[in-house]
Design a protein around this ligand. Structure first.
Ligand SMILES: *Cc1c(COP(=O)(O)O)cnc(C)c1O
Length: 376
């Protein structure tokens, strides 16, 4: 059997081990140290944001963002519907209630029109909005931010998948009052597992740091007034991150090439690629295909037929994130769409995430394209 072609896997260079060795040599094998400080510094500089807090996961960053937004029992948080559950679960950690809004066709992200409908419907009960940049494609972030300002709600940006993507020249992960990125194993760069909370509000970052280190009050003994968490990133893990940050822009270029080759390779077929706005520069974390309606409805070629055919050839692909309103966990939650057009369900029914690993060779990618072409 030939080597498996993967969706997106870690790509290491050696710089990572150098920083890990430094941590060992100085015995900073702890959830603090120079690698943690430096990683925060490097990421904050890269994005152009004042405050960064390295954490054990992107989910932890989102949880602290939801806490900073002041979400409490009974509060509504309006969320992107088509996303990974990690975007929206932290709302439940704080006993808030998610209301989901549909995607738009132009970016597959939160439709600002559906957002405004939700903001009007729930009024002062809405505490925050969580917007995702799916697969590394920026949402209409300015419009969404303006709506949040207009209705006086906190914007949280889940940039877990979009590190290095820009919208109108500005880095994603900086549009929200609080922002989260992820360094999970499958993301554009990885620390094996980890994440970061980002904000220009340095006081808020300080508060989040306090919560993330068990909310220890300044006293010789362990003194606690508030509920705390063990969410800090380890200094070993942060060493991997420092090494990976040296290759972020390179990964972005490689991912764009992968996307462009698919787009070209599918010319003439009833397939389009996941779309993006001309004034945005995605990081192309995952390339996704969308089959035309007719071909899916005829049953001749469906995402599942493509997935199984690729699997037969030891090639990994994956369905689009199943929308949250379709998940049993969130079946009771409100879901807002525009003009009766259920975009998220449609994309889920017709889309598929394709291998987008930066180590994939042109020959391997041509094989993926040829197998898919062979189905028509
Ligand atoms: C990966 C991911 C997260 C969670 O990040 P972890 O570091 O795995 O906790 C959150 N939201 C989205 C959209 C993601 O893809």
């Amino acid at each position: 059997m030939e080597k498996r072609i993967l969706l997106s896997s870690p790509t290491m260079y050696g710089d990572e081990q150098k920083f890990i060795k430094e941590a060992f040599d100085t015995n900073w094998v702890a959830p603090l140290g120079k690698n943690v400080d430096e990683l925060e510094h490097v990421v904050a500089n890269y994005l152009g944001v004042k405050g960064a807090l390295a954490l054990s996961s992107g989910t932890a960053a989102l949880h602290l963002a939801v806490k900073l937004a002041g979400v409490k029992a009974g509060d509504i948080v309006i969320c992107s519907d088509m996303t990974f559950a990690a975007t929206v679960n932290p709302v439940s950690y704080e006993n808030g209630t998610q209301v989901f809004v549909d995607s738009e066709r132009e970016t597959w992200n939160m439709n600002p029109k559906a957002l405004e409908l939700a903001l009007k419907k729930y009024g002062s009960k809405v505490k925050a909005v969580i917007v995702v940049n799916l697969y590394g494609t920026p949402a209409k972030l300015n419009e969404i931010k303006d709506l949040c300002d207009k209705y006086n709600v906190v914007l949280i940006e889940d940039a877990a998948e979009s590190l290095s993507a820009t919208y109108k020249g500005r880095q994603t992960g900086t549009f929200g009052k609080y922002n989260a990125i992820s360094f999970n194993g499958n993301k554009i760069i990885t620390t094996s597992g980890g994440g970061m909370l980002l904000s220009d509000d340095e006081e808020a970052i300080k508060k989040a740091k306090f919560w993330s280190t068990q909310s220890r009050e300044p006293a010789p003994w362990y003194q606690h007034k508030e509920l705390g968490y063990n969410y800090r990133m380890s200094n070993i893990v942060a060493g991997i991150g420092r090494g990976q940050m040296l290759h972020l822009d390179e990964h972005k270029k490689l991912k764009r090439n992968i996307y462009d080759r698919y787009k070209q390779g599918f010319e003439g077929l009833p397939i389009t690629m996941n779309p993006y706005l001309q004034d945005s520069d995605p990081n192309f974390w995952l390339s996704c295909m969308l089959l035309d309606k007719e071909v899916v409805e005829s049953g001749k070629v469906t995402p599942e037929i493509v997935r199984l055919k690729l699997e037969e050839n030891n090639i990994e692909s994956r369905p689009i994130w199943k929308p949250m309103h379709m998940q049993p966990l969130y079946a009771e939650h409100d879901y807002i769409i525009v003009d009766g057009d259920n975009v998220g369900e449609d994309i889920f029914a017709r889309g598929l995430c394709l291998p987008s690993d930066v180590k994939m060779t042109v020959e391997e990618q041509n094989k993926v394209i040829e197998i898919i072409r062979g189905l028509f």
